[in-house]
Design a protein around this ligand. Structure first.
Ligand SMILES: [Zn+2]
Length: 312
């Protein structure tokens, strides 16, 4: 995956909370999120937190992108100045990891903005928060890096400790690379799309055909849909921000999908036993299948995992 050297980046879509002394300083409440580190837990964390009293119902949406300083929680320091000065163009994204993540988020949200507009709807941009060690969210309580990247529906924001991308390689055994990282981010933004369309409400429960699994597979499919359009979606200068996605990129994304399926995580990273009743994200095969469906069709409508009789 390469970025257009001349494209402009929009760092306002990212909130950098890493500057507060590192190591997640200032994070308050402790949440026992079982097992730890299953990655891409997405909505699961939200349900856990909302059940155990972290979510604040008054904080339903930050609205309009919600990038204001009012979102900074106590004990965390927002400092976007470094990103803003480092990440100005696609050329910066091609040589700097943080900037590549910013550019990827820009591309994903450019696509969904245009896709929503095509059907007469409005996409509200959601910021991604970079944190280190732990974070206090605006609507889903506190979380540590062990939970992996996640989306908080209550504040419409994505949260990620970028060291997760290293974990994908070292703990999950994935090949890694910029495009698998883009898949992870596009999956989280898939949850944001579900929040906007109302599909989020259909999630929940566990088991191989549960709402949770269908919601997660749909987010994978939406990631594939974005990937289909990534090199065709014009950014502010009229040219696509991403200039090419190779076969190797796609195969690395599928490799990553195969490392974060419930069956893989339970058997390889857990106790070795596969318990289908505890599935919340789908099997490795299903995750690959739904990413591929989105990528091949490029159509969000092809991602109707809720009507699918056979999830793969
Ligand atoms: Zn998810």
């Amino acid at each position: 995956m390469r970025f257009d050297d001349d494209a402009g980046l929009d760092t306002s879509e990212v909130q950098d909370l890493r500057g507060s002394g590192g190591g997640g300083g200032g994070v308050g409440g402790r949440l026992a999120i079982g097992g730890g580190g299953v990655g891409l837990v997405g909505l699961v964390i939200y349900f856990l937190i909302s059940q155990f009293g972290g979510a604040s119902p008054g904080h339903v949406s930050s609205g309009g992108g919600g990038l204001g300083l009012g979102d900074v929680r106590s004990g965390q320091q927002l400092d976007d100045s470094k990103l803003a000065s480092q990440c100005k163009t696609g050329a910066d994204a091609n040589r700097n990891h943080d900037c590549a993540v910013v550019a990827t988020i820009n591309s994903i949200q450019d696509y969904w903005t245009q896709e929503f507009a095509r059907s007469g709807q409005t996409y509200r941009k959601a910021p991604t928060n970079f944190f280190s060690g732990g974070v206090r969210t605006g609507g889903c309580g506190s979380a540590t890096s062990d939970t992996g990247p996640f989306y908080c529906p209550a504040d419409s924001q994505v949260y990620i400790d970028l060291t997760f991308f290293n974990d994908l390689k070292t703990r999950f055994g994935a090949q890694g690379g910029p495009f698998p990282e883009a898949y992870v981010l596009a999956h989280e933004y898939g949850h944001h799309v579900q929040n906007l369309t109302g599909a989020s409400k259909k999630g929940g429960g566990s088991g191989p055909t549960s709402g949770s699994v269908r919601l997660e597979l749909q987010a994978d499919c939406y990631a594939g849909v974005w990937a289909n359009h990534a090199t065709k979606t014009p950014s502010k200068n009229g040219k696509p921000l991403i200039t090419d996605i190779t076969k190797d990129d796609i195969s690395r994304a599928l490799d990553t999908a195969s490392r974060i399926g419930d069956d893989y995580i339970q058997s390889k990273l857990g106790g070795g036993q596969v318990d289908r009743s505890k599935f919340t994200h789908g099997t490795s095969k299903q995750r690959e299948k739904w990413f591929t469906t989105g990528f091949q069709t490029g159509k969000p409508a092809s991602c109707d995992t809720f009507s699918a009789r056979d999830l793969g």
